[in-house]
Design a protein around this ligand. Sequence first.
Ligand code: NAD
Length: 278
Amino acid sequence: MRSFHDKRAFVTGGASGIGLGIVKALAKRGAFIVIADLRPDHIDRALVEIREAGFASSVAALTLDVTDRAGFAAVAERMDIELGGIDILVNNAGVGIEGPLLEAGYADWDYGFGVNLGGVVNSLQSFLPRMIAHGRGGHVVNVSSLAAAVRMPANFAIYAAGKAAVLNLSENMREELAGKGIGISVLCPPFVRSNIHQAALNRPAHLREGSEFQQREGALLESLPGDDLMDAETVGEIVSEGILANRLYIVTHGEFRDKMRGRNEALMDAVPEAAFQY
Ligand SMILES: NC(=O)c1ccc[n+]([C@@H]2O[C@H](COP(=O)([O-])OP(=O)(O)OC[C@H]3O[C@@H](n4cnc5c(N)ncnc54)[C@H](O)[C@@H]3O)[C@@H](O)[C@H]2O)c1
């Protein structure tokens, strides 16, 4: 993809944080973007911000829960009918599920994997055949996390495992998509200013029952993102450049190089020198 001019983008979780940063960066560069988000309050606030930034005519929004397969399929069909299909798919919606693995209930696994991995799967199933069918090519961005590429401290296993699956999936989709003229990037940020601490508010009622993380999620709600974190607009700029360069890995911060290297070297250290004799 050489430019965003006249391109149509679909951004899940695009009404807050990193997703909204990507929406603004794409709008600035001439794309038309549809935000799909679970939270009407986020959508209302995002549309005000977008209007104030002068991009009202470049952005539309709809409510969608990325775990709702039928809803996703219907929205993808609507994008074909109303926009002639999309060119850029940003699978960004995610939740900051956090808590001790040994205390997790099935509701916590289902919530974390359901949104962070299942949401990406549902999006790909709904949109990829349509992107291929329109024949213009395009680009997919999957939002993973640096948590996927380092060994995380306690309490992040479900989050990190879901994000690792998104990273791995992205790497392994590249070849098949390239054959169809579709590029792919996977975004791996560490800390970005956003509302990721609001996992409690995004958890559906049926996954509150059976959760062992609710107390922790309640406490997280009270925390505020630090002012020193990277802002989502900067991430949006970096992602835009990554799309244009068809960069597979988009990593926003340099300060975790040693942690990444340590994890990768430990894996390499486990590899025997000699090949197996078949
Ligand atoms: N903020 C960080 O430090 C950070 C770091 C690494 C990765 N990430 C990832 O970035 C992505 C965006 O997160 P963020 O930090 O901007 O958080 P955020 O909470 O500000 O934004 C996420 C948006 O996704 C929406 N959402 C949540 N569940 C949804 C669902 N089921 N269906 C549709 N929309 C849903 C929320 O309403 C929200 O508007 C996530 O995938 C997150 O895991 C964030």
